[in-house]
Design a binder for this molecule. Structure first.
Ligand code: MN
Length: 716
């Protein structure tokens, strides 16, 4: 078991100024609260946080991380409260410990490929501080090293698979390749013990078969470097078993067909030495084309720096060689975190207080990465994601766009779930359907059979799927409604002309009529009537000669006729959602004008009538026939509107009023006025305006006329 003194020495070796007091205090506290607990191995529980802290120190992390590592299990596994940690060790340690605890509570039941990426991203997104992830990796590494004490084989396999799917790739992305390799090999051993043993056997056989090949190459390299006066340390090893097995698998090769399974690492004292060493290697052994990578000149986004080459070594055997400085090798131990773990003597408070400020620093320091977006894409850690990751009750992770709601979630599960969803429980508590989901939320959708989507949902859903499914549903509903309505209207109109609707629909003549109107089916024709695209009378006229039906136009006042004429010009100014080409009329009661909030009503026989939403008549109408309409911004039309002007009588008043109205570009369709005995004149105008703004201009102009008192629009 590692001792606390080893850890402290390790830290001080790298940074003499490190304030190890907090590490000591964390150790004492952890020892106290874990006292009496044991691991499955039978060892005292304290061995676990100690080993984790040791790994963190190996990763060159700062004292806060190491202290948090010592405390990482105390909230979950002891009686210690969060408040105690905060009071004793400060906000920074507390936040990290809390973050680790939060992640430990997540249970992934499924780790299919598709899921794994979401889970990885979610873990990264949930960690407010990258050190939370690093502690999680160290924790997992030690747990894997002691996995053999788990009695249940299925459980061992499950943990190993999760490690392989989730944690090893995270270590890799963060640039901590040594942890990635260890995690992969241990996982491999539990997931596929037969193949693990096989490769172990092959490697051992290869080692004896080649008889000290690694030693031979190491000695040769050392000799070459010494000749050139380059100080250098040479390490040689077989690649890790998991990567060997992956090579065999992906390239369908037998073990003896594999090449460069032996890798050498040269540790140099300067960057220049690295390039010199590379030149020497290449002039001595023939490099394999296209196998050279300069990660020194062009570091990986996760800070990794090294030269990689593959050459035909002694006996024409392919070997891989990595060349880097000691400093680069140290960086590789902490990966992306190296950026701040190496700032000697400087506390990282200032940097890490800000969420993920570190990545900003890295972007700024990466001269070779021109485009920060491209950089982020390359690392593939969406640290500022436009995404949130939420769970189904079964622990499946769903990736949703930021701002997504339970309705989006419901549609993501299944269209039917979306269509019938009536409520949602988020983390066990009822939440409104427009609640914005957060990463880590567990969402349970409540459905009620027979329930339907609501048009309001369109105002808050974020996903394309939800939006299009809701629209689709509304469209289908509206068609069904229009068909019922159209049928009703036809039957009524037909009766007027002593025709039988049912007979017609069964007669042969119907095909001709359909063709005449350009519809394929009777349903479409009837729906068109319901939508108001055609009137039942038009159908009747196809059946009976025209003369017999000509009694349409009803006599009305001149004013109504005038207004009627304006209206008959098809108003392109209103859009009926989801439908084009519908007969639209304006209610005479309220005379809506662009700028007014409006609502449509499907009338019996004359398409859609548009009212102001607050029109008294509109409020009385059957809600079943309501339909959303909106102003078509692009269209410039003139709309009639009635106004009432109250003024004192004087000579030339009406002429002045008329002039001021027309000056503003409004037409007067009708006017009348009455003078009362007290010389008060009430004038009523019907004028045409473009929209409410235009109307306000006109009203303002009228108000300027001498002796004018009140001016108001008349609606209803
Ligand atoms: Mn732990």
């Amino acid at each position: 078991m590692i001792r606390i003194n080893d850890i402290i020495e390790n830290i001080q070796e790298k940074n003499r100024d490190a304030d190890v007091d907090i590490v000591n205090r964390a150790y004492i506290f952890s020892a106290q609260v874990h006292a009496g607990q044991t691991r499955l191995s039978g060892e005292p529980y304290l061995s676990h946080p100690l080993e984790v802290a040791g790994i963190l120190a190996d990763m060159n992390l700062d004292v806060v991380s190491v202290a948090a590592g010592l405390l990482h299990d105390v909230i979950e596994d002891t009686d210690t409260t969060e408040e105690t940690i905060r009071e004793m060790f400060g906000d920074e340690v507390f936040n990290i410990v809390q973050g680790v605890t939060k992640l430990s509570k997540l249970a992934f039941t499924s780790s299919e490929d598709r899921q794994a990426e979401s889970i990885r991203k979610m873990l990264l997104a949930m960690a407010s501080d990258i050190r939370v992830i690093l502690i999680k990796l160290a924790d997992r590494l030690h747990n894997m090293k002691t996995l053999r004490y788990h009695k249940n084989e299925d459980k061992r396999k499950r943990i190993a698979q999760e490690t392989l799917d989730i944690y090893a790739p995270i270590a890799s992305r963060l640039g901590i390749y040594w942890i990635k390799r260890e995690l992969e090999d241990i996982s491999f051993k539990y997931i596929d013990p037969d193949n693990f043993d096989r490769i172990q056997y092959f490697v051992e056989k290869d080692m004896t078969g080649r008889g000290g090949y690694i030693e031979e190459v190491r000695a040769k390299i050392s000799e070459l470097m010494a000749k050139a006066n380059l100080k250098c340390e040479v390490l040689g090893r077989y690649k890790h078993f998991y990567s060997i097995s992956q090579k065999m698998y992906t390239q369908s090769l037998d073990f003896d067909e594999l090449y460069d399974i032996i890798a050498f690492r040269l540790l140099m004292h300067s960057q220049a030495d690295c390039y010199n060493a590379l030149g020497i290697i290449h002039s001595h052994w023939k490099p394999i084309d296209r196998k050279f990578k300069d990660y020194i000149g062009r570091p990986k986004p996760n800070m990794y720096q090294s030269l990689h080459t593959s050459v035909f070594g002694p006996g024409d055997q392919r070997i891989e060689i990595q060349i880097r400085t000691y400093a680069m090798d140290e960086v590789a131990k902490s990966g992306i975190a190296a950026h701040w773990s190496y700032k000697e003597g400087k506390t990282i408070d200032d940097i890490s207080n800000q969420k993920f400020a570190w990545i900003q620093n890295i972007i700024e320091n990466q001269e070779n990465t021109k485009d920060p977006n491209e950089f982020l894409e390359n690392v593939k850690i969406d640290l500022f994601p436009d995404e949130v990751y939420v769970f189904t009750p079964n622990g499946e992770v769903k990736t949703m766009p930021k701002g997504a709601t339970p309705v989006d979630f419901a549609y993501m599960i299944h269209t039917e779930v979306g269509n019938t969803c009536t409520g949602a429980k988020v983390n066990g508590v009822m939440a409104p359907l427009k609640y914005q989901l957060k990463t880590g939320d567990v969402v349970k959708i409540i459905t009620t059979k027979g329930h339907h989507p609501s048009r309001d949902w369109l105002n808050f859903v974020k996903t394309v799927k939800a939006r299009s499914r809701i629209r689709q549903w509304i469209k289908i509903q509206e068609k069904a409604r229009s068909m019922t309505l159209g049928r009703e209207m036809c039957e009524k109109e037909f009766r007027k002309y002593k025709l039988n609707y049912n007979d017609l629909t069964k007669s042969e003549g119907i095909d001709e009529i359909l063709e005449n109107f350009g519809y394929q089916t009777l349903d479409d024709l009837v729906a068109a009537v319901g939508y108001g695209k055609i009137t039942p009378l038009q159908i009747v006229r196809k059946i009976i000669p025209k003369t017999e039906t000509e009694e349409d136009e009803k006599p009305g006042s001149i004013l109504n006729r005038l207004i009627g004429r304006v209206r008959k010009k098809k108003p392109g100014g209103v859009l009926v959602r989801g439908m084009d080409d519908i007969l639209v009329k304006f209610g005479k009661c309220c005379n809506a004008v662009p700028g007014d909030p409006i609502i449509g009503y499907i009338t019996r026989g004359y398409g859609v009538t548009v009212h102001k939403v607050d029109c008294v008549n509109a409020l009385k109408m059957n809600p079943e026939r309501r339909i959303a309409v909106e102003w078509n911004q692009g269209e410039k039309e003139k709309y009639p509107v009635r106004i009432h002007v109250q003024s004192h009588d004087r000579v030339g008043l009406l002429a002045d009023l008329a002039m001021n109205i027309t000056k503003c570009g409004a037409n007067i369709l009708a006017a009348n006025s009455e003078t009362k005995e007290n010389k008060i004149v009430n004038s009523f105008f019907t004028i045409t305006v473009e929209d409410t703004r235009h109307l306000n201009v006109v009203i303002a102009a009228i108000k300027k006329v001498k002796m004018v008192g009140e001016v108001r629009r008349i609606t209803g």
